[in-house]
Design a protein around this ligand. Structure first.
Ligand code: ADP
Ligand code: ADP
Length: 223
């Protein structure tokens, strides 16, 4: 079955009140297994809202969200949290790594939280850090890494629990163009290697062009 399926997803903030913002007006989007899709939209169009709904962080006002064929509409927060941990990985524009922990530990901790044993978690974390070329920085804290290296570690953390679906919001948006290009290459290699699906929001049309398909968010709909 498809990794992600959004059907008629609607979302507004302050609905029916002063300051109402209707953000999503019936979003339909399907992402097949292994497909990497670019989400392109102007700032304020609702990309973050859409990614949060797709990742079960937020519920739509109406419409359906299916991940791996499982319909999460109307499920409890607890069920959605469990599904999110198992199936979805997030990467943001800023790395949000824990400053007191090493790069390795930042990739180990989400696995421990998900029930993986320490030895297995460390081995997997090291493999991921190797795959993006920062294993030589494994024992360093985030502050001792360059911006590009920090973001590479954040990708590893996002993939730590082997999600089916990666959701990324401007994953290289805070890097200079040359670094962004390299670091994006590392992310794509990681995604392709594992065969996961991804929805990656970006303003950068060069990066978007390296994905399988580009969708646009326009006037509350995906076109
Ligand atoms: P993008 O990620 O594309 O910049 P967002 O999904 O963050 O867009 O926001 C879409 C619209 O919804 C914007 O107009 C934003 O101001 C508004 N918005 C986002 N979050 C809230 C909120 N919690 N309360 C009210 N309005 C919000
Ligand atoms: P980039 O060109 O990727 O921005 P930097 O010039 O920031 O890289 O860093 C170059 C090298 O120095 C990298 O290997 C980085 O890990 C290391 N480095 C950067 N800042 C620190 C620091 N505060 N402590 C230790 N090593 C650092």
């Amino acid at each position: 079955s498809d990794t992600l399926r959004l059907e008629g997803v609607e979302k507004a903030y302050n609905r029916g009140k002063p300051g109402e913002v209707i953000v999503l007006r019936g979003v339909d989007l399907t992402i097949a297994a292994g497909e990497v899709v670019a989400l392109v939209a102007p700032s304020g169009a609702g990309k973050s809202t859409l990614l949060h709904i797709a990742g079960l962080l937020d519920a739509p006002d109406s419409g359906r969200v299916l991940i791996g064929g499982q319909d999460y509409t109307g499920q409890s927060d607890r069920q959605r949290t469990a599904a999110r941990r198992d199936r979805v990985g997030f990467v943001y524009q800023f790395h949000h790594l824990l400053p007191e922990f090493s790069a390795l530990e930042n990739v180990v901790l989400p696995q421990l939280a998900n029930g993986t044993g320490r030895a297995e978690a460390e081995a997997r974390a090291l493999r991921l850090l190797q795959a993006v070329g920062v294993d030589d920085r494994a024992e360093h804290r985030p502050a001792a890494l360059s911006g590009g290296q920090q973001q590479r570690v954040a990708f590893c953390r996002g993939l730590a629990n082997a999600p089916d679906l990666l959701l990324a919001d401007e994953p290289t948006g805070n890097l200079d163009p040359a670094t962004s290009d390299q670091v994006f290459g590392a992310l794509m290699a990681l995604v392709r290697d594992t065969g996961m699906s991804a929805l990656i929001a970006t303003h950068n049309m060069d990066l978007a062009g390296r994905m399988d398909r580009i969708v646009r968010l326009q006037a509350g709909r995906v076109v």
